[in-house]
Write a protein that binds this ligand. Sequence first.
Ligand code: PEP
Length: 249
Amino acid sequence: MRRKLVVGNWKMNGSRAANASLLSGIVAGFDAAQADSAVCVPAPYLAQCEAVLAGTPIGWGAQDVSAHASGAYTGEVSAQMLAEFGCRYVIVGHSERRAYHAESSELVAQKAVAVIGAGMTPIVCVGETLDEREAGQTNVVVRNQLAHVLERLDAYGVAKIVVAYEPVWAIGTGRTATPEMAQEVHARLRAQLAEKNAVAAGKVQILYGGSMKPDNAKELMAQPDIDGGLIGGAALKAADFLAIIHAAA
Ligand code: PEP
């Protein structure tokens, strides 16, 4: 049986003071029996997460990474650097990076490989825009996004990723995919993973992301192939984040 995983994506939010109170609220209310959990924070706050969360069951991670190991890449942060700060997860291919930084699926795949190479777990985001959904392209789009990553992994590598299905039209909009819509895509993604490694596919956590909130989390995570959530807005309030973790149990 797969354990549920609830990951907060803080995006570009936070301050040392706000983080201290959010993290202590999460730590105080967290029950590891309910789900695995982690927060993916802006890179400058990784040391703060390490200081507060080390020794707790809550993991931490980053929201992006360079595909390069080191060198003349001003502004970039390597996977090895993130590993040095104890990161367990790194989000790659978030739709905001694909849209605002023109990240291709090929680059996302290189980043996923870099993350695995540094001993961490990439959370590979896939998802269609509203136009793509309305044109009946959802399955083709997400299959193609995931395929780029799978092409770069051997059969064992499949077990080393987390996948997040995040329909772009549901992110930060308050519109959520229905549990049935999400389940259909998740089942297809798992079948795609199984083409590479059937045993590993049964173990990979596939998260749903897109306006998951305390009041819709339980229904979404009750679906057989929805193994948790990638949470944006609702991860910024300890009570809401904890309620989603509770809903995973
Ligand atoms: C996200 O940014 O990954 C996300 C799912 O955001 P929100 O929960 O705010 O829709």
